[in-house]
Design a protein. Structure first.
Length: 79
């Protein structure tokens, strides 16, 4: 129960503080098309899941990936 609650609060704090928006802006400036975007996100998520629970990681990066995909003009559902 604490893992789910902690993950939700960590994701909320990331979005509320503006960190998610800043990361989305930085990722949107990276070139490489869809493949490069997926490669970078996959590597970062793999590294983060070594420290943070999977629920927290998905709560945080779900919003970041969706925002970045829309900024780059990609289909967020396919990402």
């Amino acid at each position: 129960l604490f893992v789910f609650g902690g993950g939700a609060m960590l994701a909320y704090g990331t979005v509320a503080s503006g960190l998610a928006g800043w990361i989305a802006e930085q990722l949107s400036q990276v070139g490489g098309g869809e493949f490069g975007f997926v490669l970078i996100v996959s590597c970062v998520v793999c590294l983060v899941t070594e420290v943070v629970s999977n629920t927290s990681t998905m709560s945080i990066f779900g919003a970041i990936i969706a925002a970045t995909a829309s900024l780059k003009g990609f289909n967020g559902v396919q990402m």
